[in-house]
Structures are given as C-alpha cells and as structure tokens.
Design a protein around this ligand. Structure first.
Ligand code: UDP
Ligand code: MG
Length: 322
C-alpha cells in the first residue's frame, strides 16, 4: 500500500473549499480504482483565516476520517502553511496544491504516472503563458526571473508553481532546510532531484479572491533574491570601485587644467553634487547590508515557522470525550 498525502494551505477559502473537496475526492477515488495500491489522506492547513474555513475543516473531518487539519494561531503566510503540511504529512508521496482550483486536481493521475516508477522524484506544472494577467505584471515577472537566474546559482524556473507531487525522499530533503525565511520556489529547486514539468494553461479562480497584491509580489520577489543570492552584497564593492576610477580620472583632469589654465576658484556646485551622489550611494549600500543583516537576525532567533492552535486530533478527541 502507498499513502499519498494531499497538503492544502488555505487562507480565507470558505467559498471554494467545498468545490475543492468535491473535485479532489472525485479525482482521488478514480486514482484508487486505477491503482488499487493507493490510499489518500487530506491535510488542510488553516493559515489564520478570518472566515468559516476552520468550521468547514471540522465538518469535513466529521464526515471523512481521511481528512486531517492543522489550524494556525494566526496568519503565518503560505510558505509556513506548506512547511507545516510537509512536516506533518505521513504519506509515501506528498502533493502540495492550492485550495482555489487553480491547481487542477485532474493533473494528479498524470503526475503519479511520472513518479510511481521512480523515473522522476517530483512532477509539477509549469505555466506556458500568462494569460489573464496584466501586461505590467507579466513584464515584472519576466524581468524577475531573468535577474534572479543571472545572480543566483539556484535555477528558478519561470512559470514553475507550488503544485507538486513529490516522493518522501524529496520531502525529507525539503524539511531539512529549516530556514525561517522560506522562498519555496528556490527551495524546491535547490534540493535538486529529477523534476518533470507538465505544461499548463493558467486558470482563473472559480470563487474567492487572490491574496496577492502587486506590491506584495514585488516584496516577495526581493525576498527571493535575498534568500538565494548574495549578489546584491557585491553591489557596494562594485560601486566603490567605479567611483574610485571616476575620482582618479577627475583628479588627473583637474591637475592638468590647473597647470594649463591656472586655478580660478570654482566648482562649489559640483562638489555639493558629488557629496550628495556619494553619500546616497553609501546609504543605498548600507541599506542592502542592513537587509541581509535583518534576515540573519531573524534566522538566529530560531523562531518556530508556525504555531498550531488546533488540529484534527485535538478536535476529534474533544468530540469523543464530550
Ligand atoms: N494562502 C495561504 N496563506 C496566505 C495566503 C494564501 O495559505 O497567507 C493559500 C491560499 O488559500 C491558496 C494558496 O495559498 O490556497 C494560493 O493563494 P492565492 O490563490 O491567493 O495566490 P495566487 O494563486 O494568486 O498566487
Ligand atoms: Mg490562486
């Protein structure tokens, strides 16, 4: 027998959850018929939702004993949700997918087909286009992947998603990366293993709203760069060298000018400009240093990645005792 854990991080998903559950049950039942060795567990993560998400989890746990859940004490972010799911999944295989049906469960049989014989360790979808997304957003995304792949040794695949069917071996490798600042696109790629990419056309959410704003995505991309590259730290030295060269050239020009034309007192405005420019550069570079320092500071605190306030186990035992 092989157990497949389906991990689903949820934040305010009351509207799509019932639809999602219906879909996933349909698909997984089909898979159990086709491959009788497969059994499933569904591990939902409530990432501090403010709506009825947790109540829906309880209802699902009541009617389906394969449903497990972990409810966070507050919103910790999707990365923490995925970590909690991977950590608590018991399966020989683990699937990570969104609750909003943008990761169609219909892909699961094909994904299992790729990992079941050990040909691949992970099957995932990869967006082939960015239909239904604004032009500016696509442009920024394209630039992000370009820059990221230039400055980082870890390959970040454009269009790759957090929809993954993984073997236990790969999941354990991911769990070994216990960092607090989790950029999973980088983590999935950093651990390596053989990954099968399935082409996929973006689908719209059937209900609910995305929790990503443009600004949120922008900050997330900076996090990604800092988590998987130290190239920005080199900016300070580069700029330092460039300004030294410029200063040296200016010095020579000034000496020659003074020798040839004499020395009229001038250049006060230029001096001010140069002071502004250089102190600006210095502050900018100190800022970058500060960002890395801040990340290091948070890492050294060794804070937990998530805190659970309720799980299906607690709920079930309470109900039994009541
Ligand atoms: N999500 C989460 N915590 C958050 C934000 C989102 O667990 O703080 C979940 C959300 O419920 C969904 C998945 O992460 O299952 C993807 O979120 P969303 O659809 O908002 O992102 P998008 O698909 O637009 O990238
Ligand atoms: Mg979504």
């Amino acid at each position: 027998m092989k157990l497949v854990s389906v991990v689903v991080p949820c934040y305010n998903e009351e509207e799509v959850l019932p639809m999602f559950y219906e879909e996933i049950i349909k698909v997984t039942n089909g898979m159990s018929e086709k491959w009788p060795e497969l059994t499933f567990e569904f591990l939902f993560i409530n990432d501090g939702s403010k709506d009825r998400t947790l109540e829906i989890f309880r209802e699902l746990a009541d009617k389906d004993k394969r449903v497990r859940y972990i409810s966070f004490s507050r919103n910790f972010g999707k990365e923490s949700g995925m970590y909690a799911g991977l950590k608590n999944a018991k399966g020989d295989y683990v699937v990570v997918m969104d609750a909003d049906l943008q990761h169609p469960p219909a892909f699961l049989p094909e994904m299992y087909g790729h990992v079941k014989d050990g040909e691949y360790d992970c099957a995932t979808t990869r967006r082939v286009n960015r239909k239904g997304e604004s032009k500016i957003r696509s442009w920024f995304a394209m630039k992000f992947y370009k820059i990221m792949n230039k400055i980082s040794q870890t390959e970040i695949v454009d269009g790759a998603q957090d929809f993954r069917f993984m073997t236990r071996q790969m999941v354990d490798a991911i769990l070994d990366m216990s960092e607090y600042n989790r950029f999973s696109k980088g983590i999935f790629s950093w651990v390596g293993f053989k990954v099968k990419y399935l082409p996929y056309e973006n689908v719209e959410r059937p209900a609910g709203t995305t929790s990503w704003s443009f600004w949120g995505l922008f900050k997330y991309s900076l996090e990604g760069i800092m988590a998987f590259s130290t190239a920005p730290l080199a900016i300070a030295s580069m700029l330092g060298i460039i300004s030294c060269i410029i200063a040296f050239i200016l010095m020579i020009i000034t000496v020659i000018k003074t020798l040839v034309f004499g020395d009229p007192v001038a250049g006060y405005p230029t001096t001010i400009c140069v002071i502004f420019l250089l102190s600006g550069l210095q502050l900018f570079c100190t800022g970058i240093l500060g960002q890395y320092l801040a990340k290091t500071y948070l890492e050294t605190k060794h804070r937990p990645i998530y805190i659970a306030s309720e799980t299906d186990e607690i709920y079930r035992s309470k109900k039994k005792n009541a």
